[in-house]
Structure formats: C-alpha cells, structure tokens
Design a protein around this ligand. Structure first.
Ligand code: 26V
Length: 811
C-alpha cells in the first residue's frame, strides 16, 4: 500500500473497477467511473451513517424532522466527495488516469424532486444540519418522475417527463422492513368505552404501503451523516400475494396497484391550476402519515419517558402548508392509538410542530374542498373540524375584540379547508423567510393571527450552503479566497468578511477578474455547444435564472433588451459595452402567459443574435431546462444578478444569495432578501431601482396607477408595446397580442411599465460603473465578503436555537 492519497485512491478505483464492473480502469466509461466512485464514497460514508444513528440512539438528544414535499438536491457525487474529504483526491486521480472529471461527475442525473426555491432551500438546510452536527433529518416523497424536463422547440417550451430512475441511483437504500400502512377513504366507527370516552376505529379503508428509501446526508469534515428518508407508495404485500394470476380479480387488482403507485408517481409543478387535485392531497397525507408514524415508532422504541414528553425530544418543521396535515395526523395517533385525551394531545401537538411560510401570493395559498377531505380522510376531517370549532369558540370567549374576524380566521369556511390557518393554529412557531416577508405576514397577510398569537411569529432569513454554492461550483474563486484570508471561512462563512481588507488590493482584484473570466469562457463554451450561439466572453454577463412567474418580471428584463435593440437600430454608432443577457426559467405547463414570455425571449434573441448591426454588442441566450446543475455552471460566470420582482412579492429569493457569493452585483428591487443584502453591502455596491413594497401595496389598495397613461407618455414603452401588437417579434401578426392586451387592458398587474424608467436608468448607470473595472471588482469583492451572512449555516443555527431548541451532537 502506498501512502500518497492520490495513488491510494487510484489503486482503490482500479481494484473496484474490476470487482464492481469487471473492467480494467483504462477501459472504463464515464458511467463506470461514476458508479465506482459513488461506491467508494458509500463505503466511506455508510459506517459513519451507522455510527451517527448509534450516537443519537445512545445520547437521545432532541431531534428535528423537516417535512417537505420537495427536496431539490441536484447531483450528489461531488458534494459527497467534498464533504467527506475526497473531492481533490478524486479529481486529481481521474486527471492522472487521463479522464475528464467534470464529465464523470456529469453522469449523475439531477434529483429534480423540487420546483425551485422552496425545494432547494430544504436541500441546503439538510447540508447545514449535518455539517453543523445537528440531529436533523428530512422526510419527503420518492417521486418516480421529478419536475418535467424543458425542451425549447421552435422557441416554445415543451415538457418531457423526467424519469430520473432509469439507471440505478447509488445513494439510496430501500428498507422494505421499515414500511408503514397509510389508510384512505373508508368509514369511522364511534363507540363509547367503559369509562365513557369515545373510541374511534376505521373500517373499509384503502390501504397503501409506504416504503422508505434512505439517502445519507454527509456533514462537512465531521463524520456526521444524517438521513433523508423518501417514501415510495406500493400496494400492501398481502394483497399482492393474494391476487395471483389465478384469481378472477387479478386484473382489477393490477389497476388498483397502479393507482396506488401513482401516489408517488410524479411531482406536481408549482401551478395555481393544480387547485383541488385529489392526487396531490393524497400525496400530502401519504408523506405526513408515514413520517409521523415513523417518528412516533422510533420514539417509543429507543425511548425516552412516555409520549407525554414527546415535544421535549422532537420538533417537526413543516415546509409551507403542504405537510400541514401533520397537525391532525399527530392528534389522531395520540388520541386514537395512544389514548390521550384531546387537551393533552393538543398540548403535545402544538408544542411539536412549527410552520414556515414561503409566499404571500394569494393563488398559492392552499385550500382543499371540504367534501374532498372528508371523503378521502374522514377521521382527519373530524379532527380538523373539532380544531376549528374549539379555535372559533376560543376567539369568541377569550378575544371578544376579534369576534368579527372569526369568518376570516376560521380553518373551515366557504366549504373549504384553509391549510395556512390550520398550520398557524396547530403550531408553536410561524416564520417568514426574509425580514420584509415576515413583516408583511404580521402587518397584512396574517394580521389577525398575529394579534391573536404575537409570540408565534418570527423571521428566519433564508440561506444557501456555501459549500456547494462557492467551494464546489467555483473552486478557483474558493482557492483564491483561501489564499488571502486562510481556510477558516469554510467552517465559519462569516469570516469571508476578512476579504474587505483586500477589496482594494490591485493584484488580488486582478486575480478575481481572471477567475471570473475563466468561468465566463467555460460558460461561453457551454452556450456554444448547446445553442450554437457565439457569445463574447469579454461582454457583461447579465443573468436572470429562476422559475418563470409574472411577479418575477422576466418581461421587464426582455423589455430592457428590446429597448436597447431599438436604440442601437436608430443610432448604430452608439457606444455600448457589449452585454450578454442570459435567461434560464421553467414555466408551469398550464401557465399560458409565462410560456408566452419564454417564447418572446427566444424570438427577440433570434432577431438580435442574427442582426449584424447589433449582435456584436448585445446577445440574448435562453438556456433550456434550468435546474440545479445548470445553475452551477451559470452562477460562477455571472457579472450581474437580476432580482427584479415587484416589491412585496418575492418572499426572499435565494438565487440572489448564490450570485452575490460568486461576485455578481445585484440589480434589484427592495424586495425579499435583496433588502438585507443592501443593508450589508451599502447602496454603492448594489443597484436598487423601482417602487418599494409600501408604494406597491398602496397602489394595490387604493388604485391610482394606470398602465395606459404610461403608454401614452413614454414613447420608449409605446414603441415596445406597439411592436408586440404588430407582431414584429412574432412569426405572424397575432403573436404576442395577448401580452400587449395583458399590459394595457389588465393594467399591468405587476408594475412592469411603472418600474421601466427607473430600471432603464439603473442599467445605464450599471454600464458606466462597469467601465471602471477596478472599482467594479472592488464592489464584487465587497459582495463576496458580506455573503457569509447568507450561508444556510447561519439560518440553521437560528432555527436550532430560536425554534427547535436543539444542540449539536458531540462525539
Ligand atoms: C405551490 C404549489 C401549488 C400546487 C402544486 C405544487 C406547488 C409547489 C410549490 C408551491 C409554492 C412554492 C412557494 C415557493 O417556492 N416560495 C419560494 O420559497 C423560497 C424559499 O423560501 C423563497 O426564496 C422564494 O422567494 C419563494 O417564492
């Protein structure tokens, strides 16, 4: 055996290639290498996984369980290598063997089990929990199909199913012996027991088996390995064994089995038209019931005192209202199975569950038709009904000042169950995800609830894992940072602040510039390979990457592009620092207007990229299928980060943090976490424009803004809208008329036209600022220096001490 770690790794790889794949390493394909390296990682990680569990069992610390319908983990090979200390070794070993490491890492199919911000946040949180040695685990669903893959065909979005499990997924372990049964439908029988209390039993229910698949969550350099447990729906074993091909009802059974497996069939796209979809409700209860049964069983096994003390050992965080049936499900188990009375069960439940809100958009607030809930989950509905009755009575008697608010506060009202109300009433903590968002919840959206329970409300500003979003995706920048301030920032990201001392150090700034340029070259090559578009790697890379939504205002961005195009056509000799506008965005499949915006970006791009008068100064690139892996390529190469939502609408944003951490400067509204970024870096290191949240909310409340007035008075806007109307960017003159009408006749609900002037001015200022390269680099380094606050390590420490009351494990 050799002591050189790279040689040792190469030896291991060579040996394993023979035993696992029956090949000599020199004949290995990238896929072979991917699987063998994953298996090396697993060999190292699995013993620590077991040990971590044993430590938890022995020490019995309080633990947190993060329930989420989405975990957008992306690829795991590189981050696992990094966290267990093998990344450099593996990369060098592959290079020495003559392989391209990035090609090997790219073999892994993204686990796209999330829509966007909310799902990626859950993945960052798991990374921070493990890296800070907290006892905390995730529970989610193992969808067979993740979020759809996006193809752009003739400029338009087409959705392809994301069957991500075609090949073996090396990170998961199926544990069929730890399955639980979930009951749907059926009837509830009520009987009076000897002591006069009521007993509930369920008959004729449809049974579904929840099978766990576990994924290890590897902490950074600390030998802690937590779990992400994803549930898969299968039919109960006895049923499969009973219905052999001999049975007359065999084919009926196959139908039934398929229907059951649909429960973990696919991830719903974030889309308001999903309202009232029964399968989504089934998914939610499936996640909640399996997870809570599991937590209780585990608690009773290792135990601890009686369940009376449950909340002293367990905290359950629900990621938005999607898992809010956790409230009645925990009540159900405590009462019907563990025989607690209502009051004790309610005390335990409301001391265990905490709720995070991620949006104030009214169309995203979940409501279920009460008849649907009653049919699918009769006992759960009875419990919700009782919670609602007691809650409303409580207001009537204890808060007479709020009596007239009862209809708007009720959990069940107008034939619907309001999940946010259930979540607020049933939990001990309600948090927003950025300071302004929490303030809006308290003062507007949830005002009466805040009056009722002021102590429940708190803010936890989002964060991102700097290990993936700096160390892993931008190794050259990370090395440069370590060169000047040492490596301590990796464990304590706030220490990035030491970079401030170097923000005017010319040689350092030049190196920062070089790294950014290398990253831009790499992205330019990717763009060329994927789209055929040649972009100038000296141009400003202006990036907007996020889900497509009206409130995120990709339309404002493309209007700016059209404006520049019009200007250059009118005045071809005008000086303009070359710019490349880069977009990545998926639209929900049924969101017509969002899809029109994607088409507009692509059509405008075609015109500009092929027009000799302008194409050397502006380029427009729409990269298809924006996902975690694509974000990892774009973010290190960005100069400008577009965070331009209508103020008050973006709860936090997390892409803003990732881009800042990689040295991009933000152009943004005073919305979400942009405000906290501005507070740190100061006005001279960020480009703020547009209406603020108070102004926007005032307009909504009192009217007063007229899109048509702006159309009349601003000729730049009139020209753009007329071009849309005339079909200048379309293949016929009907194309994009709907956008025109939407702007003028629906009165531009997201204030695109209202903020246009301020946005254009700000971009002009940005262009001037970029010309002073040294000064720009100082701003860039200042942003990196302050980005440490937005590590999810900080966020998780706040949740741990202020909500969960958990402590890191010592081993
Ligand atoms: C709604 C629905 C409705 C029906 C089916 C599927 C589905 C999936 C997700 C959602 C709501 C998503 C809410 C969300 O993602 N909010 C984002 O959360 C981020 C993390 O806190 C935050 O940074 C973003 O500002 C916020 O928009």
């Amino acid at each position: 055996m050799t002591h050189n770690p790279i040689e040792a790794f190469t030896e291991l790889l060579t040996e394993k290639m023979k035993t696992k794949r029956g090949k000599h390493v020199q004949d290995a394909t990238s896929k072979d290498l991917y699987y063998v390296i994953a298996s090396i990682v697993n060999d190292k990680v699995h013993p620590h996984w077991l040990q971590t569990q044993e430590t938890y069992n022995k020490k019995q610390p309080k633990q947190v369980f993060y329930l989420s319908m989405e975990f957008l983990v992306g690829r795991l090979l590189e981050s696992n290598l990094l966290n267990c200390g093998l990344h450099d070794i593996c990369t060098r070993s592959l290079k020495k063997l003559g392989f391209d490491p990035s090609e090997v890492y790219a073999q892994e199919h993204d686990a796209g089990l999330g829509n966007g911000g909310l799902g990626r946040l859950a993945a960052c949180f798991l990374d921070s929990l493990a890296s800070l040695s907290y006892p905390g685990h995730g529970y989610g669903i193992r969808y067979r199909y993740g979020l759809f893959e996006q193809k752009i065909i003739q400029d338009y979005q087409v959705e392809i199913p994301d069957y991500w499990l075609t090949e073996e997924y090396p990170w998961e372990t199926r544990r069929a012996d730890e399955a639980f049964i979930i009951h749907f439908n059926g009837e509830v029988l009520t009987e009076e027991s000897k002591d006069g209390s009521l007993e509930f039993s369920y008959i004729h229910t449809d049974q579904v088996r929840a099978i766990p698949y576990d994924i290890p969550i590897v902490g950074y350099n600390n030998q802690v390995v937590n779990s992400l447990r994803l549930w898969s729906a299968e039919s109960p074993k006895q049923e499969d064994e009973f219905f052999t091909t001999q049975n007359a009802r065999y084919y009926h059974h196959l139908d039934h089995k398929n229907a059951i497996e649909q429960i973990s069939g696919f991830l719903y796209p974030d889309d308001s038209s999903n309202e009232g979809k029964e399968l989504r409700l089934k998914q939610q209860y499936f996640l909640v019931s399996a997870s809570i049964q599991n937590i209780i069983m585990q608690y009773k096994k290792t135990s601890n005192p009686s369940l009376h003390h449950f909340h002293e050992f367990i905290a359950i965080q629900i990621n938005d209202t999607h898992p809010s049936l956790a409230v009645p499900e925990l009540m159900r188990i405590l009462m019907d199975e563990e025989k607690f009375g209502w009051d004790k069960a309610w005390e335990i439940t409301t001391k265990t569950i905490a709720y995070t809100n991620h949006t104030t958009l009214s169309e995203a607030l979940e409501k279920w038709p009460k008849t649907m809930l009653q049919g699918l989950l009769p006992r759960i509905y009875m419990i919700i009904n009782e919670i609602n009755e007691r809650f409303c009575q409580g207001i009537w008697f204890d808060h007479p000042e709020l009596r007239d608010k009862i209809p708007e506060l009720a959990i069940i009202a107008d034939e619907q169950v309001h999940m946010a109300h259930l979540a607020i009433v049933g939990s001990f903590s309600v948090n927003g995800v950025a300071r302004i968002h929490t303030e809006i919840l308290k003062k507007k959206e949830m005002k009466s609830f805040y009056q009722l329970y002021p102590a429940k409300f708190n803010n936890k500003t989002n964060g991102i894992t700097h290990r993936r979003w700096l160390l892993q995706v931008n190794p050259n920048l990370a090395n440069l940072v370590t060169e000047v301030i040492g490596p301590s920032w990796i464990q304590r990201p706030k220490q990035l602040i030491s970079l401030l001392r170097h923000s005017k150090d010319k040689p350092f700034l030049e190196k920062v510039d070089q790294v950014k340029h290398q990253n831009k070259q790499a992205l330019a090559k990717y763009i060329k390979d994927k789209t055929g578009i040649l972009v100038d790697d000296q141009s400003i890379f202006d990036v907007q990457i996020k889900r497509l939504h009206e409130y995120k205002r990709q339309l404002l961005n493309i209007f700016h592009v059209i404006y520049l195009y019009n200007e250059l056509k009118e005045n071809p000799n005008q000086h303009l620092t070359p710019r490349t506008f880069i977009f990545g965005a998926k639209a929900a499949p049924s969101y017509h207007l969002a899809k029109e915006v994607i088409k507009l970006i692509n059509k405008v791009g075609n015109i500009i990229n092929n027009d000799v008068d302008v194409r050397d100064r502006i380029k427009v690139v729409f990269l298809e299928n924006y996902n975690v892996s694509l974000a990892e390529k774009i973010i290190p190469a960005a100069d400008i980060s577009e965070q331009i939502s209508t103020a008050s609408k973006e709860a936090s944003g997390t892409g803003n943090m990732k881009l800042m951490m990689n040295g991009a400067l933000t152009v943004g509204t005073l919305d979400g976490a942009n405000i906290e970024i501005r507070d740190l870096v100061g006005d001279s290191n960020i480009f703020i424009f547009g209406l603020n949240a108070d102004e926007v909310l005032n307009y909504y409340q009192f009217g007063g803004y007229s899109a048509k007035d702006i159309y009349q008075t601003d000729e730049r806007i009139r020209k753009i809208l007329d071009q849309l109307f005339q079909g200048v960017f379309g293949s016929n003159d009907l194309e994009f008329k709907d956008l025109y009408y939407h702007m003028l006749y629906h009165n531009d609900p997201y204030f695109v036209l209202k903020d246009f002037d301020s946005y254009i001015d700000t971009h002009e200022f940005i262009e001037q600022s970029y010309r002073d390269k040294t000064n720009w680099l100082t701003k860039s380094v200042t942003n990196i220096a302050y980005s440490g606050k937005f590590s999810s390590d900080r966020t998780i420490q706040e949740y741990a001490s202020e909500i969960w009351n958990i402590r890191p494990i010592k081993r």
